[in-house]
Design a protein. Sequence first.
Length: 123
Amino acid sequence: MVFQTTGTDKNNIDLYRKLYILEAPKHPSTQAPKMNILTYTDARKHLKAVMDHAIHDKTETVVTRAGQEAVVIVGKEEWDSIQSTLHLLSSPRNAARLRDAIAQLDAEQGRDRDLIDDEADIF
């Protein structure tokens, strides 16, 4: 399966990262996480370690292939989160509401709320 990304997809990916990945506080000394890139040969030699890294560190690994399109290895839990986000963002109205909510939280306008017992059981 091949995925092509557009500008809208990039915005959705950025929103996914805000929704599902705990971002480190913005600080001048904080660097963005680096993406792992391996050749097919190296990935094959260290496949268990590559898969463990994807699962435990929740990071993607790009596997390059000579003369062919690269692939990305990502843990199943992470993949499910990506798919959920894409579903939530498939509705422009819902995507706008999520972006507005994130903007409010970024502006520290959010409120803590206690869950009622029924809601706490869901999590």
